[in-house]
Structure formats: C-alpha cells, structure tokens
Ligand binder design. Structure first.
Ligand code: SF4
Length: 83
C-alpha cells in the first residue's frame, strides 16, 4: 500500500519537503514544478508513514485503502507519473 495524492492538491510542496524517502515529486525546485497540476507519490518509494497526509492543509492525500471511491483513479495517476 502507499499514500496517494488527489486533485485537492494545490502544490504548496509542503508534503514533498516532509517525505523522508523523497517519494513525492516534483519538488518545488524541480524544473517541471510549475507545469504539473499536482504532486504525486511514487508507490515504490512510499513507506506509508503518513507524514505527508498529516501536513497537507488541503486534505488531498489519502492512504490507498482510505481513498474515496470517486478518487480511486488517482492510484494509477500517481504511479503513472513515475513510469
Ligand atoms: S506516506 Fe511517508 S513515505 Fe509515503 S509519500 Fe507520504 S511522507 Fe513519503
């Protein structure tokens, strides 16, 4: 399981700075930071600590098992960013 960023993301990059495994991209300093509509979590790097969800002021990050049904497609959307 991994955490998943959804469309509530406003790209404040607080979560990306918080993640100990650098699983969240892009970082604020990355060249494409302005081009993406949200940040994404790499499910292969996420260790399920929950820190990102705790600091997200938008409540845009969910544990995969807690995703609302209408946001289930964000599992694949997050994974796809890293492929
Ligand atoms: S749950 Fe932890 S390891 Fe996974 S993306 Fe969030 S801060 Fe990073």
């Amino acid at each position: 399981m991994a955490y998943v960023v959804t469309d509530g993301c406003t790209k404040d990059f607080v979560c990306a700075a918080e993640c100990a495994t650098a699983a969240i991209a892009p970082q604020a300093s990355d060249a494409n930071a302005g081009a993406v509509s949200q940040v994404y979590i790499n499910p292969d790097e996420c260790i399920d600590c929950g820190n990102c969800a705790n600091v997200c002021a938008q409540n845009a990050i969910f544990a995969e098992d807690d995703l609302p049904a209408d946001k289930a497609h964000f599992v694949e959307k997050n994974r796809a960013y890293f492929q």
